[in-house]
Design a protein around this ligand. Sequence first.
Ligand SMILES: Cc1cc2nc3c(=O)[nH]c(=O)nc-3n(C[C@H](O)[C@H](O)[C@H](O)COP(=O)(O)OP(=O)(O)OC[C@H]3O[C@@H](n4cnc5c(N)ncnc54)[C@H](O)[C@@H]3O)c2cc1C
Length: 396
Amino acid sequence: MSSLDQFRQETREWLSKNCPESQRQPVKKNEIIWGGRRRKFPSVDAQLWFERMRDKGWIAPDWPKEYGGGNLSVDECKILEQEMRSLGCRPPLYDQGLWMFGPALLKYGSEDQKKEHLTKITQGEIRWCQGYSEPGAGSDLAGLKTKAEDCGDHFLVNGSKIWTTYADQADWIFCLVRTNTEVAKQQGISFLLIDMESEGVTTSPIELISGESEFCQTFFDNVKVPKENLVYEVDKGWEVAKEVLKHERKLISKLDHMTEKEDRSVMELAKEVIGLDSNGKLRNSSLRDQLTRHLMAEQADQLSGLRIFQQMRAGQPDPKLPLTMKYANTSEQQRKDELFLAILGNQGLTWQDEAFPKSYRTLVQNWAYNKSLTIAGGTSEIQLNIIAKRALGLPE
Ligand SMILES: Cc1cc2nc3c(=O)[nH]c(=O)nc-3n(C[C@H](O)[C@H](O)[C@H](O)COP(=O)(O)OP(=O)(O)OC[C@H]3O[C@@H](n4cnc5c(N)ncnc54)[C@H](O)[C@@H]3O)c2cc1C
């Protein structure tokens, strides 16, 4: 048996033994385990699952052991992911530090910063949020204006960030700030880490159409940030920012867990609601065409994902193909949401009215929520610009 086969077998056995049955069901929003100073576990099983994975180093399986990671190779991580998926194991921890900031700190942070911050992430002790977007700087992120003034032993930060997901629940924020206005936009940005409990930091929740408020506007009013909280070099934060964005795809895949999953496939729903003709075909031929198109596109996306993984594994990563994935995956998800609604017809008009079946209302709610997928982490228009320029080499 190869060492990877052996790893697979041991992983499967360990997960079967250690993942409580209740943690093998699709996760609901109120059952998610977020880390942080105010960490609360939704159940005893959730806490057990978190602690077992933490002690095994599998909260961040690919990070080095000295920061609480698992030191697993690319292949071993893939096997762990596959085995967790096949048993239906929930992620043991949700945190933007884990998905986005941590991998960038591994590359750009000082040893002291890694020991301090990565370890607290893998132990679920600190919850992070992302301070990039500003009221006047979203797609044009490099136009950001939140200012950090050099005051000797500290920076003095003033300005505000917007759409900061869960800023009101986070303990620390990784933040882009302007440290130089004399140079080209991208060259005057620094990457700062700010404790949300610092004097002068406030958050104000933004209410969404659903009545929930996952976003905040975050204000910095004369906030003193110690110099040791600067990642990499002054005015070189854009490099770190881009590294974080490479990992933002993980965030997008986690956003998927913010919605309750449909309990049947689009095909099953079509058969149930539209029905089959005497030849066993879907009664509505136009919907049949759209469904076929969607199922083919979905499979093509999955195969592209596999191709990227195999290229990485072979040490020959294609720099262009991954650039297409965010646009491809999120637009296909939205086409699928539209199909669900087309199938439901007048059964798909509400997510609130309890006269409609719960499973149908969930589909409508997901349709609304998933609109955010083509905005978060760079809008589709920006993705298309990137694909045109960097993947296809088209002129500006
Ligand atoms: C669910 C979700 C979570 C988020 N979480 C965070 C977070 O935690 N932290 C954070 O900092 N931000 C967060 N954001 C903000 C997100 O990064 C921005 O919304 C996004 O970058 C777009 O910026 P904007 O909203 O300012 O839109 P704008 O940049 O104002 O864009 C408006 C429209 O113009 C189009 N457009 C803009 N420029 C171009 C161009 N050059 N070519 C073609 N079209 C263009 C856009 O595609 C869009 O349709 C989140 C957003 C969402 C939806």
